[in-house]
Design a binder for this molecule. Structure first.
Ligand code: C2E
Ligand code: MG
Ligand code: MG
Ligand code: MG
Length: 276
């Protein structure tokens, strides 16, 4: 009996595994075709100065629409795109689209701000990222200081000495650099000191509970102090409530981003909602 049951379990597992593998292969194939089918778009989310509440930047966030109804979240397809190397051409598309959009807003006479683009570790390793960015800036005509790249600390720490060199080149171009999801990875403080970084983005998971979780409040306070001691701006991600804003103001956070100020929106809607 037990043997039979074991076999059934085994059959169940292989069936389920097969389904998973099929699904994964389909996702990969769809992803490979998505660029040429122009199924990607960018949404923009405002980042505001804590004191003035003015827009200091907009984060470009990729969206993938397979059909009119269906959208696949980046948390599902970005890791796959990274694994199969497709993040390199996708990332290049994102950079170009975000820079072109920001330049278009400036050309329309809107007050200039920085556009932030998420760059994954694979782009750093596979691609000549600095050259790509220089090329995109040249093609789109956007000044380097109006582009920021967001990297995760674990990406940067992975091969810190090599990255310090690349970050230095980016910094020399005049591009701004932010460490995203800060506090979730591990950072060596001695390296952090050597990074030519402009901003730390406190991860949403800490911001979420600053009102009632003593440890999270301590972490956020510590990251703000650390950033300021290193001469960096500190951004809080995922700000949703007044209570969070009160805490962040009391602790001298520089910039805020989150649903409280605005959800990510398509370019045209973003312009209407936030740029007047
Ligand atoms: P991220 O860079 O940390 O982006 C912030 C995420 O938090 C976005 O999710 C945003 O929509 C969400 N968010 C912003 N404010 C709030 C809030 O107040 N509450 C809550 N609950 N969420 C908020 P999204 O757009 O789903 O992106 C998820 C992640 O996917 C990003 O995290 C980033 O790591 C990655 N990603 C997105 N676009 C790109 C891209 O173009 N290239 C790469 N390499 N990664 C990207
Ligand atoms: Mg980001
Ligand atoms: Mg700099
Ligand atoms: Mg983040």
């Amino acid at each position: 009996r037990a043997k039979e049951k074991g076999r059934n379990n085994f059959q169940f597992f292989t069936a389920e595994l097969n389904a998973l593998i099929t699904e994964r292969v389909e996702l990969e194939n769809k992803l490979r075709r998505a660029l040429e089918r122009q199924q990607f778009s960018l949404h923009y989310q405002p980042r505001v100065d804590m004191r003035t509440r003015r827009i200091t930047g907009a984060e470009a966030l990729i969206r993938w629409h397979i059909s009119d109804e269906e959208a696949t979240p980046p948390s599902r397809f970005i890791p796959v795109a990274e694994e199969i190397g497709l993040i390199v051409p996708i990332g290049k598309w994102v950079l170009r689209a975000a820079c072109a959009q920001n330049k278009a807003w400036q050309d329309a006479g809107l007050p200039p701000f920085v556009v932030s683009v998420n760059v994954s570790v694979r782009q750093f390793r596979q691609d000549n990222l600095v050259q790509t960015i220089a090329e995109v800036l040249r093609e789109t005509g956007l000044e380097a200081r109006y582009l920021e790249v967001e990297l995760t600390e674990s990406a940067v720490m992975h091969d810190a000495d090599q990255f310090i060199a690349m970050l230095g080149e980016l910094n020399d171009l005049g591009v701004q650099i932010a460490l995203d999801d800060f506090g979730t990875g591990y950072s060596s403080l001695s390296y952090l000191k050597r990074f030519p970084v402009d901003r730390l983005k406190v991860d949403r998971s800490f911001v979420q509970d600053i009102g009632h979780d003593h440890d999270d409040a301590t972490i956020v306070r510590t990251i703000i102090a650390l950033g300021h001691n290193l001469g960096l701006k500190v951004v809080a991600e995922g700000v949703e409530t007044e209570q969070q804003i009160d805490f962040l103001r009391a602790n001298d956070c520089d910039e805020l981003q989150g649903y409280y100020f605005g959800r990510p929106l398509p370019g045209e809607e973003f312009r209407r909602a936030f740029l007047g």
